[in-house]
Ligand binder design. Structure first.
Ligand SMILES: *[C@@H]1O[C@H](CO)[C@@H](O)[C@H](O)[C@H]1NC(C)=O
Ligand SMILES: *[C@@H]1O[C@H](CO)[C@@H](O)[C@H](O)[C@H]1NC(C)=O
Ligand SMILES: *[C@@H]1O[C@H](CO)[C@@H](O)[C@H](O)[C@H]1NC(C)=O
Ligand SMILES: *[C@@H]1O[C@H](CO)[C@@H](O)[C@H](O)[C@H]1NC(C)=O
Length: 425
């Protein structure tokens, strides 16, 4: 909590600083006698900016004219100027395997129609090589302001937040976004760091780069399709870029064709568990994207003792008024006889192979409870409300489809109860 208090304070003080800076520029406008001072000040500012501009233009790290015309912005520029180097959190020294890239691009639909390419987090040498791969496209070197040093994985995913808002209103630190270039992009290519540790996925820079790329893709107007190519050894965030959107993967080249509407919806959520997520759309009837791609699901494995429970659960969902699909995952221990009963109750039956919990003792009640991970394989649905087979639904809970992944009730700390979960496949 210490750090988060500090953060909130920093944000507040930062904000008031900004206001303080702006004020002197606003007040003299009303004061005619000092108006010439403002002019002088403006002139000096222009000269300073020009000097910085020229310096940056000819500095070895950012001398690409395309970058300058397309994505140069003052805040970024000042930031870079002051930093004077690259941030080790963002740098990936991983050597790009251009054969894999070439193979991945061969699998790309409508490659010849790629006109605008955005490149993020590659160095100069690599940027030049990209030019040879897609010679007919305009290459835009995207620049992302780095997250503040104070933003760590723990500030994004704290173990505890003040849900009751007794001492403070929990909030997540903000991460800079990419500026949308004037040129329309068809393909965004990002190099992601993947530190060679057990924690590779808990990496602020890695998360930030993916969010920024997703945000840029989602900013595309209308139905324009944007593809994303990640260059990284490790798995891109499946919560943002789902497996079914993966067009082709060759080694460390991952090409995605995301559903931008879904991406836009996801990007409305706060990043991290540092504040409460509210339903995506507060209006009650309007939370569903596509009713046919939402379902209730439950699972029966290892024993048939819960068959009657599952039948009753189905009945209760229907009596509460929901018309969504009902999907039940069963393993081979459930007999034909029981399956036919489940089907009569309205369940669509899918057979799975159960998954053993490696930490459970033999024959313990939870020995096979990792089978719940099979839920994420229901990729013919977008959203699932999972309920344990021994639950009774007493009123319509379809509104839960408006909740983000994963929504569940907390148990203790970062543990949550897996008896009812909202998940996105
Ligand atoms: C760019 O990165 C590659 C590794 O991918 C490295 O071999 C090369 O030296 C780097 N070039 C520059 C100019 O930093
Ligand atoms: C992994 O993360 C945990 C918690 O954030 C940290 O205590 C640990 O030192 C990290 N391990 C490595 C190898 O970075
Ligand atoms: C399985 O059971 C163990 C022990 O109760 C629990 O820690 C774990 O979270 C459960 N896993 C799933 C996927 O429900
Ligand atoms: C919750 O977790 C903390 C530490 O993770 C532990 O000390 C505490 O006993 C747990 N509380 C309950 C009710 O299990």
């Amino acid at each position: 909590m210490e750090t988060r208090h500090e953060d909130a304070y920093k944000r507040r003080s930062h904000k008031s600083k900004v206001e303080d800076i702006e004020k002197p520029f606003q007040i003299p406008i009303q004061d005619k006698s000092t108006k010439w001072k403002l002019q002088l000040l403006k002139l000096i500012l222009v000269i300073i900016l020009l000097a910085v501009f020229i310096t940056v233009l000819y500095s070895p790290t950012v001398c690409h004219p395309e970058h300058v015309s397309d994505s140069l912005s003052r805040p970024h520029f000042v930031n870079r100027w002051m930093r004077g180097g690259s941030d080790p959190r963002y740098v990936s020294h991983e050597k790009v395997n251009w054969d894999e890239i070439s193979n991945a691009l061969d699998g790309m639909p409508k490659r010849s129609e790629i006109r605008g390419v955005g490149l993020l987090n590659f160095n100069m040498t690599e940027n030049d090589i990209w030019k040879q791969f897609l010679p007919n496209a305009k290459h835009i070197h995207l620049h992302l302001d780095h997250a503040e040093e104070s933003v760590t994985w723990n500030t994004l995913y704290p173990e505890w937040i003040d849900e009751e808002q007794e001492d403070e209103v929990p909030s997540c630190p903000s991460l800079p976004k990419l500026e949308v270039p004037r040129k329309r992009l068809d393909l965004i290519i990002v190099k992601l760091p993947c530190r060679n540790e057990a924690n590779w996925s808990r990496d602020v820079a890695r998360l930030h780069l993916q969010l920024a790329a997703a945000g840029l893709a989602a900013s595309a107007k209308g139905y324009h399709q944007v593809q994303l190519l990640f260059v990284t050894k490790c798995f891109p965030l499946p919560n943002l870029f789902s497996c079914k959107e993966l067009v082709v993967r060759k080694g460390s080249a991952w090409l995605y064709k995301p559903n931008l509407n879904v991406l836009r919806e996801k990007l409305q959520l706060p990043v991290g568990s540092c504040e409460l997520s509210v339903p995506l759309k507060a209006r009650d009837e309007d939370y569903s994207q596509n009713v046919n791609r939402e379902a209730y699901a439950t699972i029966l494995h290892s024993a048939d003792v819960y068959v009657c429970g599952a039948i009753t659960a189905a009945q209760s969902i229907r009596m509460a008024g929901s018309t969504r699909d009902l999907v039940i995952l069963v393993d081979e221990t459930i007999s034909e006889y029981h399956i036919s009963g489940l089907e009569l109750a309205g369940w669509k039956v899918r057979t799975i192979q159960r998954i053993r919990n490696p930490k459970a003792e033999k024959d313990a009640y939870n020995e096979w409870n990792y089978s719940k991970f099979r839920l994420w394989q229901l990729t013919d649905y977008d959203k699932i409300i999972f309920i344990d087979a021994d639950l009774l639904i007493l009123r319509n809970i379809d509104f839960l489809f408006g909740m983000p992944e994963i929504s569940a009730t907390g148990n203790n700390g970062t543990l949550f109860n897996s008896g009812v979960m909202v998940l996105w496949c």
